[in-house]
Ligand binder design. Sequence first.
Ligand code: DCP
Ligand code: MG
Ligand code: MG
Length: 492
Amino acid sequence: MDNSGDDTGEDETEWNNSYVDSVPLRPAAASVSDASLNRTSGATPGERVILHFDLDCFYAQVEMLRNPALRDVPLGIQQKYIIVTCNYVARGHGVTKLMSVTDAKQKCPQLVLVKGEDLTHYRDISYKLTELLVSFCPLVERLGFDENFMDITKMVERRLAETPASNRFSFKGHVYNHISADATKASDHPRLALGSHVAAELRDAIHGKLGLTGCAGIATSKLLAKLVSGAFKPNQQTTLLPENVGDIMGSLSGLRQVPGVGHQTAKRLQALGMVGVKDLQLFPLNDLAKEFGGPAARRLRSLALGVDDSPVAPTGAPQSLSDEDSFKKMSTTREVSEKIQELLSSLTERMHKDGRQPQTLRLTVRRYSATNKWFGRESRQCPIPNHVGQKIPSGGGDGVAVRQLVALAMKLFHKMVDCSAAFHLTLINVCFSNLQARGAAAGGRGSITSFFTQSSPPKGTDIFSPQSQVLQKSPADDFMLIEISSPVTLCY
Ligand code: DCP
Ligand code: MG
Ligand code: MG
């Protein structure tokens, strides 16, 4: 499902589960002048305690919070013709995520539908959650709207130091592949046992402060914490012990189940004859390296074996803000201009709340293709003249900024699409990037230190160089960093 009105920078990374890709791609975040971005737990990988949180039926929960009458009825959140998510009452009737509205209504005629195309409330609550987690521990990495990683190694070590030697450890919640969480196992794994208590406390805090429920995974890496967190749903938590890593990797039904293996990577692996995770574990590394290059081949192999040393990289403020919409057919310049105006109006409002000034405007379009429905994006970008850009943080100057930005975006549009011939677009995305803080040194709005304290902070974390002009399509969920016409690198 493409998320209309969504921020592609972050969301596409999330929905297509390529979080592992984003880790080496943090230079833009790291360049933000906040020493905290470089903090890590300092522990050796096997000793880390990493949590992964994923909220239950996120959009549906937000709607149930806004209207408690929806709590006990089967509820579906509709975007276009798709139920993007549904509450657990609806799931009990056989409705599933990403089902068509028609099928869902057939399964459950009493299904109540709420439109979920405006993401404002979901975005706000999403940031409130991250903000809450950051208040307990700074090492929090967002993974899209409803997921966060947290490296709580330091917290656990402090607790361990304070624990009397006579203490009997225990696990909170489930332990993967163990019927009952017995005390012997807990004393073999005191760090993970304490981690499970921290996770339970954080889930309590999330519920107490925000009214939200969710699942947590407790493990020694991001990969494993993410894999185990959904073992028991909803509103439960599961710890993975190192001796069960082989079991959880073996339980995955296909290559796409490995976080980090996106659609394109899976296709390339399948072309090499691999079907399951086991095939990737056993495939000769040399041959894998011929296809992907040495480092990516080793990374893929490690992931398949359940090995992931990547650090939890605190997310910080987004590097860009974007908004998009998709549709069946757009084929006139007038429609394009109206859609761009609509998108730029809401984006400018969000940029105003953020407080930074964007230096670059990017326009992306997707042309209709019968064969490759989800790909084929093309982009052009240009600098935003200062006299236009500076109106944005101060409120857009009564729509003047939006009008000027629309004119700029239409120039970009004409560079991509020849309007003297027929055209058929299925998506438009506008993006502000190269965001510069006004008075950031003083910790003003938009600086990283104030980012998580804003009432309605922005999101989106794609990264690219400001000088470039031509960007091309990037498969949303590929494993690899996409090299676009040099010097631009764009990470979805
Ligand atoms: N989402 C979306 N399009 C997708 C996938 C997800 O718009 N293709 C949105 C709707 C979800 C939210 O993202 O509410 C979070 O996605 P999850 O996969 O975590 O699903 P839920 O939180 O809804 O349900 P679960 O309880 O299974 O985590
Ligand atoms: Mg969820
Ligand atoms: Mg999720």
